[in-house]
Design a protein around this ligand. Structure first.
Ligand SMILES: [Zn+2]
Length: 238
């Protein structure tokens, strides 16, 4: 009995220690629990803005969120996700939130964090696209990469109109800039690791792979149908 008690205590110390370490390593977890502890001010329903953001920037940001939501809704038909949105506008906020190069991040279907350099309609729409996909799929299917990372990312590039990574033809059909140079990462973890290779334009390759997939299938309709099917247990067909 005593032995088990000790084992449990040791485990709980490890778990609490682990959680504390996770919060230190990734302040976005702590921010979610206590926005004001990280300098965010609630500025609307589910919206937390950098407390140092000017009034003018606030108005501008609200416009960006509305435009980004429109882009995502245009593609999906509806936007069912209800994420909390956290937005930095200053170096101090970026630093507090440990900016490491990714200009924005989505956490499941729960919340997004946008750093000052990502404060734009495009970056917001990219993350909101991830949110909507996660909302439709459910957390466990997102976590098990039921939709491959390259598809999720390529779709976010197209929906957010990120024309750094694809071209719009005159007819409005998206065109590839960089075809994939081989298989693209299917897992989110592998995707994040692969991003370290700066010579490989992964987002452009993923957008191209999604453009090809949509041509081979029935475009946007096939994407929506596939998400519905994968959400109920079907396997994704690349
Ligand atoms: Zn992304």
């Amino acid at each position: 009995m005593r032995k088990r008690w000790w084992a449990l205590s040791a485990l709980s110390v490890l778990l609490v220690g682990g959680a504390a370490f996770a919060v230190i390593e990734e302040p976005a977890f702590g921010m979610y629990a206590c926005p004001s502890c990280y300098g965010f001010q609630q500025s609307g329903d589910g919206l937390y803005l950098d407390g140092e953001m000017s009034g003018e920037a606030r108005d501008e940001t609200l416009g960006m969120i509305a435009a980004a939501t429109d882009r995502v809704t245009d593609f999906y038909g509806t936007f069912g996700g209800k994420p909390l949105i956290f937005i930095c506008a200053t170096d101090a906020c970026d630093k507090r939130m440990k900016y490491r190069g990714a200009k924005a991040k989505a956490f499941g279907e729960t919340y997004i964090l946008v750093y000052s350099q990502g404060r734009s309609t495009m970056f917001l729409a990219h993350e909101l696209s991830h949110i909507e996909l996660a909302h439709r799929l459910g957390l466990s299917r997102v976590a098990s990469n039921a939709i491959p990372a390259w598809f999720n990312e390529g779709l976010a590039v197209l929906i957010s109109e990120d024309t750094r990574n694809f071209e719009n033809s005159e007819s409005g059909d998206p065109q590839c800039i960089t075809p994939p140079d081989g298989p693209l990462p299917a897992g989110m973890y592998e995707w994040s690791r692969a991003l370290a290779d700066r010579d490989r334009p992964l987002y452009a390759m993923a957008a191209c792979a999604v453009i090809r997939w949509m041509r081979k299938n029935n475009g946007r309709e096939s994407v929506l149908k596939t998400l519905d099917q994968v959400a109920t247990g079907a396997a994704f067909k690349p």
